[in-house]
Write a protein that binds this ligand. Structure first.
Ligand SMILES: CSC[C@H]1O[C@H](OP(=O)(O)O)[C@H](O)[C@@H]1O
Length: 343
């Protein structure tokens, strides 16, 4: 089974699958500078909370290799400045800050310049390998939620290319093929940049998973007429009380799932939880370029001068979430249960 990876560390540089060009062009580009990593994250060449964190982590490794000084204090200062720059690339996915904090700790612990350069590469590779193991574990915990013939809706792309490998929300579907379980996925196209239409369909079709594409506006009618048995999505930040930020449109699916009496699951690694964010109202919601809405493939579809509101995320409140699937198991979306994950 072909399960693609979007971020590969090779010969001291990042080989990045440019997700903006999928599904028609499968192109890996080489990133070997911090600004190139920043631009790749901000432009969604690399996207998906864990993948953003992994790319930024390798960005810190590139920083350490780009400053030739042998003075450890000077090198630490320069690399931490670059890390701070990378932290400004996107505001919502907490994995970016979680990964950079881990990298900053590795920088701070280093005693010599050579040790710093070695340790940041090792730490970034460790973050990537851990995420791959975590995502497979999320898939293992998610799979028993589904039975043969189930029809599951998802939005955006929380697949292998949004993580180190396997994905979060899509992980059970990849594993279902290995286990002979027949699941059908209904993928919302995910306006405005079509992560569902371009990426989720591409990943699942390559893996031989049954997938049907719908527009976001078809979600309610599809739940009503296609016997959807569950909804599963990824997350970009889970607040301490279980409120979960994810791609715009997720909140609406949670409301619809409640209305239709079907379970709504969030799949997220512990690296996506942020105990310092008390609830969903405190999660920063990225607003992106209006052109993402007024243009499709560079062709303008809305009148010049139209006002645009383009929030990239919304928040599913904890009371609409059936369970949050993590590498440690499925947790109820409440403060006590979440706190136990980190105890
Ligand atoms: C496995 S995290 C995937 C998560 O990230 C996506 O956002 P974006 O495409 O803007 O990076 C989306 O919210 C997915 O659910």
């Amino acid at each position: 089974m072909n399960i693609p990876q979007s971020v590969i560390w090779e010969k001291g540089a990042i080989q990045l699958l440019d997700q903006r060009k999928l599904p028609h062009v499968t192109e890996y580009v080489t990133l070997d500078t911090v600004p190139a990593v920043f631009d790749a994250i901000q432009s969604l060449a690399v996207r998906g909370a864990p993948a953003i964190g992994i790319a930024a982590a390798f960005g810190v490794a590139l920083s350490a290799m780009s400053h030739p000084t042998g003075d450890i204090d000077e090198l630490k200062e320069q690399v931490l400045i670059d890390s701070g720059y990378l932290s400004q690339s996107r505001p919502t996915a907490v994995n970016l800050f979680w990964a950079l904090n881990r990298m900053n700790d590795a920088v701070t612990r280093a005693v010599t310049a050579d040790e710093l350069r070695e340790s940041v590469v090792a730490e970034a590779l460790a973050i990537q390998k851990e995420d791959e193991d975590v995502c497979r574990s999320i898939g293992e915990h998610a799979l028993p939620l589904f039975k043969d013939g189930d029809r599951v809706m998802t939005i955006c792309n929380a697949g292998s290319i949004a993580t180190a490998k396997y994905g979060t929300a899509l992980a059970p579907f990849f594993l279902s093929k290995e286990r002979g379980l027949q699941l059908s996925v209904f993928a919302c196209e995910t306006r405005p940049v079509f992560q569902g239409a371009r990426l989720t369909t591409w990943e699942l079709m390559q893996a031989g998973v049954d997938v049907t594409l719908i527009t976001d506006s078809m979600a309610a009618h599809t739940m009503k007429t296609k016997n959807i048995t569950a909804v599963i999505t990824g997350a970009d930040r889970v607040a301490a009380n279980g409120d979960s930020a994810n791609k715009i449109g997720t909140f609406g699916l949670a409301v619809l799932a409640k209305s239709f009496g079907i379970p709504f699951y969030i799949a997220a690694p512990l690296s996506t939880f942020d105990l310092d964010t008390p609830n969903g109202d405190a999660i920063p919601i990225e607003e992106r370029n209006p052109a993402e809405i007024t243009e499709v493939n560079g062709m303008r579809i809305a009148p010049e001068g139209i006002a645009v509101f383009n929030p990239a995320f919304d928040v599913a409140p904890a009371d609409l979430i059936t369970g949050i699937i993590t590498e440690k198991g499925i947790v109820k979306p409440n403060e006590q249960a979440i706190a136990k994950l980190f105890a």
